[in-house]
Write a protein that binds this ligand. Structure first.
Ligand SMILES: [Fe+2]
Length: 243
């Protein structure tokens, strides 16, 4: 016996999920799925503890009329958050998500600070306006959200079927409670996060997977500027260049 504790993983959660039913629901909801209490409390606790340890490295950002909040990039998490990093790169989780969305999924390249990241909503008014998680990669881009802390009136609001003229738009207002899994095709789901109230807190982990790891040069430039301004600061961009 090594005496070392085994790192918490999502294996138990993955074993319990009904893949066929989840894939069916995902398709029926125009490539959107929510699974409450997906992650076990021990895994959530380990990731919250890793998130607490990087609070000093949060990059606060403010884009008037669109976004206010704090982010920690994968560059920081890869060094400081082994459970979180392990979950993002977990072949079991990637295979599960691939079966749900019906694609062979790949992690984003290590040079992408957004491949996995933490979003901290900690100050009154923190929010993000309506947007698609547009793919800058050559293939499709899927967003996975995992709720870690939910002590707020802030909600993830999703408008399903907005891109489908034959269907009425359906609005969902979601509290991303600890352990909640949300999966969607970034180009299809119109969504926002409503403003945080006073003395509230919301913490969400985001994972990004793609079907093609290549990105064109023009898209790379747009993606770089967006990440620097709206998420991780210019330093993350220069850091990427050195990697
Ligand atoms: Fe988004």
């Amino acid at each position: 016996m090594s005496g070392q504790a085994t790192a918490p993983t999502a294996s138990g959660s993955i074993a319990k999920i009904d893949i066929a039913a989840s894939a069916e629901r995902y398709r029926a909801q125009n490539e959107f799925l929510i699974v409450e209490r997906f992650l076990e409390p021990t895994v959530v606790a380990a990731m919250v503890s890793e998130a607490n340890a990087v609070r000093g490295r949060i990059n606060r950002n403010y884009v008037p009329g669109q976004k206010k909040g704090g982010s920690v990039s994968s560059f920081v998490l890869a060094e400081a958050a082994p459970v979180t990093t392990g979950l993002y790169e977990s072949p079991e989780l990637i295979a599960l998500l691939g079966k749900i969305v019906g694609e062979l999924l790949l992690v984003c390249p290590e040079t992408d600070p957004h491949r996995f990241a933490l979003y901290f909503y900690t100050e009154k008014g923190d929010h993000i306006g309506y947007h698609y998680d547009t793919s800058f990669y050559k293939g499709k881009r899927y967003t996975v959200l995992l709720g870690l802390i939910e002590r707020s009136s802030s909600r993830l609001v999703c408008q399903l079927y907005k891109d489908d003229p034959s269907r009425e738009t359906e609005e969902l207002s979601i509290a991303t409670t600890p352990g909640t899994l949300v999966v969607f095709n970034g180009d299809k789901l119109w969504h926002c996060v409503t403003p945080l109230g006073e003395n509230e807190e919301r913490l969400v982990l985001t994972f990004e997977y793609v079907t093609d790891q290549r990105m064109g040069l023009a898209h790379r430039l747009v993606s770089d500027v967006k990440d620097a301004v709206a998420y991780f600061g210019w330093r993350s961009l220069f850091r990427r260049r050195k990697r």
